[in-house]
Design a protein around this ligand. Structure first.
Ligand SMILES: [Zn+2]
Length: 940
């Protein structure tokens, strides 16, 4: 072009070759007034044409004659090209197009290539296609991401190409709107477009859109789009929170439409008392006619009001046709707004979930200091709370809640033992005993700290011990005096008394809290207030969260209530957690002191251990330790200790692990000392179980299946497996809710035996595993724990099916960890009930002991609990003992010994002994034997 002289012919020639240039140039460069004039002319032409010719408005452009032909060609091409655009446009193409080089085409673009056609045509594409380019599948997630990132910038509104609009049939327009609704989640863009279209189609000067806001009980309208004209851009029309007009339901024309859900069509608004002339006065615009319509959602609720103003043509009155057309288009607004609201809800929900996650993380990061925790939660939540000021008030005794003794015991008991297990020098325990630790010097709280007797009934009797106020990113803690005088604190006190959330729209108007002014010393004026009680885990109120002045000046709504509720729950949780931690630390300190004292008294003296360590102990054969019919009944207590030491020596454990011999002796003495003198579950039982294990390993030839650590742990487990047994069973502990049952929920006693075993190992001079490297130490403790817990018959019943399947499938090696664990568990049971395999004389005597202990428990149940014991423990059923023994053998003993007999022939004596005793009990049960004389008769 630059080389060509600009003559009229040259320009005409160029325009002929580039039929779209003129229109696109107009759109790009013409000022608003020129466009408006042109548009109006176009419209009138279209209407007259429409009236005279066809139902479809043929698009006519005031083009020079010469161009007429070209234009018609273009119109024919249009639908096809348009549809191809819908599918083919890509983001990249658009960005090229966006450079604006169309107005200064280069020579290569002067050709009528389809490419340049596409590009030029693209100038007319509306934003709906822009959104299509992104691709349906990802648009929601993309917009979602944008919302979350806080990018609320709107797409530049594309100036309406009026010609394009004119050319479109109503159907086409509808189709396009449907596409827009499917992809457009920004309700402003969609509604702006609809209002523009409606204005043009109804020949009205401008339109506005109001959306419904507020809570269910207090709804009002806010202006969203105002004065949308044919040429106004979205940016010009949109109202934000800063300039929005608020119209209560029932006030003015829009307010009445919203309230009555019916359209209002007025020709002369100044004659109508509902019309508010204020806006006209402000803007200088003169309103004559108005058509105002409700926008309904699919449930028929009003979600907005749209209106068009000043009909330009005819007698300047909106007709029935205008109403119908407007209504039709508003259906799309309704769908679009509903979509957008649903979308906003899901964005809010997502944000709330994120907040919750964040708060949850915070709670566990910060549990040592309550004040820090509350401050952290407040700062984390400030963006979401959307208020000018946020306060958290804590009640006087929220720092000292009632201690749940069970919780703490469960927690500390296990924790302390584990602590001792895995770190032999507990820094925490040391710190807890440090007299400079202020927590230790607090008043005694070993008993339950009394919470308020009853909740306060008057705000005046509510005392806050502490408050935090978040204002402009800073947290401050008001003094006691400030709290006493603060009107806000008073409102919070009322929330405590009411125990319910409190949402005040406008303090001054509300009147419940005085006339005001609600302005504090710093000049801060409070208007809207939202209060929510904070509860602890027992649903007792421990504080109040308070939000003041919603940022946009509106009342707090349902969404705010949801967020403050989540915030309050987490504050409550955090406080609870902190308090638990503090009390746990206190109790741990106390317990570790107590434990220290106890373990001093519970361990055998150094002198006693020394005595055994210095003497020569008899051999295993002297004690018959390798035999299945080993009998301890005639042994002295000291000999049981010597025999135990002998087994550990002969198992080569003391050598292998370089155990100081004195430590070994002392540990055995201490273990013995920690068995109570109960009738059956005493030291002798433990000693026998350990001997059976020794025999199963060596005589029974199971030893090669295990390494030295396993053998050591198994034998130690046997010796410790009933430590501190009280002569009553698990069911009894649960029944009387003994402290042990509080401490452990399953395998109550077994857990205690294990923990007691750990306590002994942690006592000075008693750790037989002391020379183990850490890894081996942990492993030994794990095996020990597994073995001791396995003596719970409830677990035996669970596992023995697997064991049976394994053995019957021919498994003999038990190399895999899982299989070996199963084998160990079964060995523990086999050893624990091995009295049933002993020669009849021993068996009968031991059965008497077991029965005696059972009867003792039964007696307590009868006398102290007033309950009827199970037959096994009922003294009155003692004649049924033989029958019960047969049952015991059949259900528990025989199944396990039979399997061991299969595994290894040398283990068969266990099964034989058991079978032989069964016969005896059977005979007694059927009355064929004369009870006491049986053994004499059989010569045993
Ligand atoms: Zn036992």
């Amino acid at each position: 072009m630059t080389s060509t002289e600009l003559t009229e012919d040259a320009v005409s020639a160029y325009l002929r070759q580039n039929p779209h240039f003129l229109a696109s140039w107009f759109v790009e460069h013409a000022d608003d007034d020129t466009l408006k004039t042109l548009a109006r002319k176009l419209k009138q032409d279209a209407i007259s044409l429409q009236a005279s010719k066809s139902p479809l408005p043929p698009p006519v452009e005031p083009a020079p004659q010469k161009q007429q032909q070209q234009l018609q060609q273009q119109q024919q091409q249009q639908p096809q090209l348009r549809s191809s655009h819908n599918h083919l446009l890509t983001v990249q193409e658009r960005s090229v197009d966006g450079q604006g080089d169309v107005t200064e085409p280069t020579s290569s673009e002067q050709s009528q290539s389809s490419d340049s056609n596409d590009r030029n045509l693209q100038k007319y594409t509306t934003f709906s296609k822009v959104s299509l380019e992104v691709g349906r599948n990802s648009i929601t997630s993309m917009i979602f991401r944008k919302y979350l990132d806080g990018d609320r910038t709107r797409r530049a509104s594309v100036k309406k190409d009026l010609d394009d609009l004119r050319r479109m049939s109503e159907e086409e327009l509808f189709m396009e709107l449907i596409r827009d609704i499917a992809s457009e989640l920004d309700v402003s863009v969609l509604c702006h477009k609809i209002l523009q279209n409606v204005s043009i189609l109804t020949n009205s000067d401008r339109g506005s859109l109001f959306l419904v806001r507020g809570s269910r009980d207090n709804k009002y309208l806010v202006s969203k789009l105002f004065d949308v004209t044919e040429s106004s851009t979205l940016e010009q029309s949109i109202h934000t929170e800063a300039n929005e007009i608020v119209v209560p339901f029932g006030v003015g024309i829009a307010g009445n439409v919203a309230l009555k859900r019916e359209p209002i069509n007025i020709n002369d608004v100044y004659a109508d008392p509902r019309f508010n002339q204020e806006v006209d006065k402000k803007t200088g615009y003169r309103t004559h006619s108005i058509l105002s319509m409700p926008i309904l959602n699919y449930e028929g609720e009003v979600i907005g009001v749209a209106q068009i103003i000043n009909k330009i043509t005819g007698n300047h009155e909106f007709t029935k046709q205008d109403e119908d057309l407007f209504q039709k288009y508003l259906t799309f607004c309704g769908i679009g707004i509903t979509n957008a609201q649903l979308f906003e809800m899901s964005v809010n929900e997502f944000k709330r979930n994120q907040l919750l996650l964040h708060l949850a993380r915070g709670i566990f990061e910060e549990q040592s200091n309550l004040e820090k925790l509350v401050q952290k939660i407040m700062l984390d939540a400030q963006d979401l709370l959307k208020c000018e000021k946020c306060s958290v008030y804590l009640l006087e005794d929220s720092f000292e809640r009632k201690i749940d003794a069970q919780d703490i015991m469960r927690f500390t008991g296990r924790f302390l033992n584990r602590l001792g297990t895995y770190s032999r020098h507990s820094n925490l325990a040391v710190a807890m005993q440090d007299p400079s630790n202020p927590r230790l010097n607090e008043k005694d709280s070993s008993g339950p700290v009394k919470l308020r007797e009853s909740p306060p009934t008057k705000p005046e009797s509510v005392v806050f011990s502490k408050a935090f106020e978040l204002h402009e990113g800073q947290i401050k803690a008001p003094s006691g005096l400030e709290l006493a005088q603060s009107k806000h604190a008073y409102i919070a006190r009322c929330t405590v008394v009411e125990g319910e959330p409190l949402n005040i729209e406008d303090l001054a108007k509300d009147g419940r809290f005085g006339k005001g002014p609600f302005t504090d010393a710093s000049g801060f004026t409070s208007k809207s207030v939202l209060c929510m009680p904070i509860h602890n885990s027992e649903r007792t109120i421990i504080g109040v969260t308070q939000l003041i002045n919603k940022i946009n000046g509106q009342p707090f709504d349902d969404n705010d209530e949801h967020i403050i509720e989540a915030f309050s729950i987490f504050t409550g949780l955090g406080i609870h957690n902190c308090q638990m931690y503090e009390h746990a630390c206190q109790l741990m300190a106390k317990q570790s002191v107590a434990l220290e004292v106890l373990s001093y008294h519970a361990t055998a003296s150094k002198e006693e251990a020394e005595r055994f360590s210095l003497e020569t102990i008899p051999t295993a054969d002297d004690y018959r330790l390798y035999t299945y019919d080993f009998d301890d009944l005639a042994m002295k207590d000291d000999d049981t200790i010597r025999a135990t030491i002998r087994m550990f020596v002969d198992a080569n454990l003391i050598n292998t692990f370089k155990i100081p011999y004195e430590t070994m002796c002392r540990w055995v003495c201490t273990v013995k000392k920690n068995y109570r003198p109960v009738t059956y579950h005493n030291w002798r039982h433990a000693f026998n179980v350990c001997q059976t294990m020794f025999t199963m390993l060596y005589t029974g030839e199971l030893r090669p299946k295990f390494d030295a650590v396993e053998v050591f742990a198994l034998m130690a487990a046997c010796l410790c497996h009933d430590l501190d047994h009280r002569g009553t069973n698990n069911a009894f502990q649960v029944k009387v809710a003994s402290p042990l049952a509080m401490l452990y929920s399953t395998s109550v006693l077994e857990h205690h035996h294990f923990d007691h075993c750990i306590m002994i190992l942690n006592s000075e001079g008693n750790n037989i595993f002391q020379s183990f490297p850490p890894e081996e130490y942990r492993r030994a403790i794990k095996i020990l724990e597994h073995a001791i817990l396995s003596t719970d018959l409830a677990l035996y019943f669970k596992k023995r099916g697997d064991f049976k399947t394994l053995v019957e499938s021919g498994e003999r090696n038990f190399k895999e960890e899982e299989k070996k664990d199963l084998l160990k568990a079964m060995m523990m049971t086999a050893c624990d009930v091995a009295a049933i395999t002993k020669p009849w004389k021993i068996q009968k005597e031991i059965a008497q002991l077991v029965t005696a202990e059972f009867f003792e428990q039964g007696d307590i149940e009868k006398t102290k609990l007033g309950q009827k014991p199970i037959p096994m423990m009922d003294r009155e059923k003692k004649d049924e003992l033989p029958t019960m023994q047969v049952g015991f053998i059949d259900s528990i003993c025989t199944p396990v010994y039979e399997l061991f007999a299969k595994i290894s022939d040398p283990l068969r004596p266990l099964n034989d002994g058991c079978a032989s005793n069964r016969k005896h009990w059977e005979e007694m049960a059927s009355g064929n034997s004369q009870d006491d004389n049986t053994d004499e008769q059989t010569g045993k």
